[in-house]
Design a protein around this ligand. Structure first.
Ligand code: NCD
Length: 327
């Protein structure tokens, strides 16, 4: 693996390799000294053209725990706001010797452009591009599901090597604008899970009917018929909405929110997930977000392990020789 750009083209073996490596990384995070020497001498640049809290600090923590040098670059306050092109920025990163570039960009396809351009030798990790993909989020979600679902009788982790065959995952909310939903769909499908999308028609992604997913409009019906092992709630992404997609917030919450009554109607085993940031009271109630079945904070913690695994697998070893032999 040279880059991590999407889950649509990520082979199942590579996905399992990342997830299993993340199990090892998580074990190191229980130690008093969390830092490993693995990426000493490597430079990772966080290139964020869009706001982010969780993903940016998660990648930063992951790179630092592997002893890489980290440079944080946000588009605000940089030459990007003076109109510098992605190419010029990339060439600057090449000149300072970046080994890895973690990029978040409002344009779908920007990470792939960077990876395929030949402007840089660095490994590129997509940290969210437009409405396209957010592969490390899907990987940390799958990691979280495996960890909760597969434990030994003594409570220890039994997730290594396991896929998600036959698991039912219902993803609810602003699917149209969600790179998280898309990355989850491709990864979960590759791992054998059955995925349902629930949203009003206006918030279903264009083209979803051609994808390996059950499309529904009614959340109560999905809970009753799909008997989900996981319900994943998505944020209403007002910043990407330039029209009215539903009548008002109360209506949305009543029909598609995970409120207290619906929480009670979920099967006992069902996990509640949300990638964050949450709109409490809109797509998810506080009771649901803070309940023992909620994995919201575990997702954040697991994100560091999954990103450590991704950075390690992409950046350790000799990139230059790999480049001449692989592409
Ligand atoms: C998501 C994103 O940015 O795509 N958040 C995240 O990475 N934790 C989802 C969102 O913004 O709603």
């Amino acid at each position: 693996m040279r880059h991590l750009l999407d889950t649509r083209t990520l082979a199942k073996d590579n996905a399992l390799l990342i997830l299993d490596t993340a199990v090892d990384m998580a074990a190191t995070q229980q130690r008093e000294v969390k830092k490993l020497p693995t990426l000493r001498g490597k430079t990772v640049v966080n290139l964020f053209y869009e706001d982010s809290t969780r993903t940016r600090i998660s990648f930063e923590a992951a790179a630092k725990r592997l002893s890489a040098d980290v440079i944080n670059f946000s588009a605000k306050g940089s030459s990007v706001s003076k109109g510098e092109s992605l190419k010029d920025t990339a060439q600057t990163l090449q000149a300072i010797g970046a080994d890895g570039v973690v990029i978040r960009h409002p344009a779908s396809g920007a990470p792939e452009r960077l990876a395929r351009s030949g402007w840089i030798d660095a490994g590129v990790l997509n940290a969210g591009d437009g409405t396209h993909e957010h592969p490390t989020q899907a990987l940390l979600d799958a990691f979280t599901m495996r960890r909760r679902l597969f434990t030994n009788a003594d409570g220890s982790d039994a997730s290594r090597g396991r896929d998600l065959d036959g698991i039912s995952v219902v993803i609810v909310g602003d699917l149209a604008h969600s790179r998280v939903a898309r990355s989850n769909l491709w990864l979960l499908t590759a791992l054998g899970a059955n995925v349902t999308f629930v949203a009003p028609e206006t918030l279903q992604p264009y083209g979803a009917r051609d994808w390996p997913v059950t499309v529904r409009h009614d959340l109560d019906e999905a809970i009753a018929k799909d008997q989900p092992d996981v319900v994943m709630m998505l944020r209403i992404q007002s910043e990407r909405m330039h029209a009215a997609y539903f009548p008002n917030e109360r209506e949305y919450s009543r029909h598609w929110g995970l409120g207290d009554a619906r929480l009670g109607a979920l099967p006992e085993r069902t996990l509640v997930m949300h990638p964050g940031p949450m709109n409490r009271g809109l797509e998810i109630s506080s009771a649901a977000a803070d309940s023992p079945r909620s994995t919201v904070l575990e997702q954040v913690a697991n994100g560091v392990s999954v990103r450590m695994a991704s950075l390690y697998l992409l950046l350790s070893g000799e990139r230059a020789s790999e480049r001449s032999s692989n592409d």
